[in-house]
Design a protein around this ligand. Structure first.
Ligand code: MV4
Length: 446
């Protein structure tokens, strides 16, 4: 196989992708911003191209600059990773139009899932349960709007259809504030996304966040790799993720796993994807589908033994998934702790030089990170430093293993959220697996 791929990302995911390419014998071109010239993956890349200044808008979000680098180095395909341009349908389209395969779904699939009403209406035709609500055009008559919301029942949540990931949402508790809130939410959506369309859902007050990993080959074959629970989060930033999601109703789960795979088969879904659900009182409610690799993919890899990033490359090169559903075995439990360079009190990013550090390691422990002693964490990008992942036969043993890993790991020179992780791992509610999406902010940190 003689292929060359451009990695259009930075940090740990760029290194993760580069490692996968090296195993597959794929040549790599890594692009970087001026401030990122010392990133670890650049040292192992076949070629490197500087694509602009530190500010993402001038480099990792700069489509012409990335396409120029692709042309200069004559790559076959472009790997977007997560964040930046990973779910930008125009970027995917322009890559393909310029003769570079975008590694991911077709641009039209990305566009469809990016419009949250369209995505919701679409998945519901595959027998996937969604949150009850209203996704039509709102009538002009104010009393009609009030009647619609009254029949959903307060509290409701207003969501911008061009939003997602927690942006452009507002909770409404009673009719008094309804019309005003609709107005503000639409106005904000127009300003932020250039699209004022909103939809209304019953507000699910205290759910868990559970997601399903899917993979399709673009030719009608698809499989799922089970579930993850990402409920331990703060302000839409996940902190700890696990696979599988435990204590969920198995009958409902099997239905949505089947429906999710059917959807992927039916639309010839190409690449990896994640269907996000809220889970409360034994019910799943679809909220969004992500069409990219996710930060937390390693927990799924650890319990399945399947390399999801290598699969992305294999699928893009037309080599298929090389795994059938009946060959997927789930082995024990995995947990991931995201180590961020951030202030433990106010959660503000804490960039700076890492003066000294030591990684974690050992049986059942995986460490995914681009940092090293002497590396300077720049202030321009997200603050993820490292992902520590442990796998063991049970959730309880995986937690114990993580505690030991966190005891070994240290970083000097900058502040991190390591202690927060250690405190969560000692927490009773977490250990009993009773936490919901509200737990960290509303109870643990109070
Ligand atoms: C909701 C919800 C409650 N009810 N929808 C936040 C991000 C976006 N993916 C959807 N989100 C939510 N949608 C209804 N009808 C609560 C959230 C939510 C949330 C969801 C998943 C993980 C963390 C969250 C934190 C706050 C709110």
């Amino acid at each position: 196989m003689s292929h060359k791929i451009l990695i259009a990302n930075r940090g740990e995911i760029a290194l993760r992708a580069l490692r996968a390419c090296r195993e597959l014998g794929i040549k790599t071109v890594s692009v970087y911003s001026e401030i990122d010239k010392d990133l670890k993956h650049l040292k192992f890349s076949d070629e490197t191209v500087c694509i602009g200044p530190a500010a993402p808008i001038n480099s990792y979000l700069n489509i012409p600059s990335i396409l120029s680098a692709a042309e200069l180095t004559e790559v076959d395909a472009i790997y977007p990773g997560y964040g930046f341009l990973a779910e930008n349908p125009d970027f995917a389209h322009q890559c393909n139009e310029s003769g570079f395969k975008f590694i991911g779904p077709e641009s039209e699939t990305i566009r469809k899932m990016g419009d949250k009403i369209t995505a919701k209406n679409f998945v519901s035709t595959f027998d996937i349960p969604t949150v009850p609500g209203y996704s039509g055009e709102l009538p002009n008559d104010e009393d009609e709007v009030k009647d619609i919301v009254q029949s959903i029942g307060y509290p409701v949540i207003l969501k911008a259809t061009a939003g997602g990931g927690g942006r452009g949402m507002r909770i409404v508790h009673s009719e008094e504030s309804l019309l005003n809130m609709i107005e503000i939410t639409m106005q904000e959506a127009a300003n932020s996304f250039g699209n004022d369309q909103i939809y209304i859902e019953k507000f699910i007050e205290n759910p868990r966040h559970i997601e399903i990993q899917v993979i399709g080959d673009g030719k009608g074959n698809a499989i799922h790799l089970g579930t993850r629970d990402c409920s331990m989060q703060r302000r839409h930033q996940k902190i700890i993720e696990e696979a599988p999601a435990s204590n969920v109703d198995q009958e409902s789960l099997h239905k949505i796993l089947n429906s999710s795979v059917n959807l992927c088969k039916e639309i010839n879904y190409e690449g990896v994807g994640t269907l996000e659900f809220l889970y409360e009182k034994n019910n799943f409610y679809f909220i969004e589908m992500n069409t990219r690799i996710q930060v937390e993919h390693p927990v799924t890899e650890m319990i399945t033994g399947f390399d999801i990033v290598k699969a992305q490359f294999r699928i893009a090169l037309g080599l298929g998934i090389n795994l059938d559903q009946d060959e997927v075995y789930f082995n024990g439990h995995a947990i991931e702790c995201r180590i961020n360079a951030e202030d433990p009190i106010n959660f503000q990013p804490c960039p700076g030089e890492i003066t000294k550090m030591h990684t974690a390691g050992g049986f059942g422990i995986r460490y995914d990170s681009h940092i090293y002693s002497g590396y300077e964490v720049p202030p321009f990008y997200d603050s993820l430093l490292a992902k520590i992942i442990t796998q063991a036969n049970t959730r309880k043993s995986a937690i114990k293993r993580m505690k030991s890993a966190l005891d070994e790991f240290f970083v000097e020179g900058i502040t991190t959220n390591q202690k927060l992780h250690q405190n969560i791992l000692d927490d009773e509610i977490f250990n009993e697996n009773k936490h919901t999406i509200n737990y960290l902010e509303n109870e643990f940190l109070k």
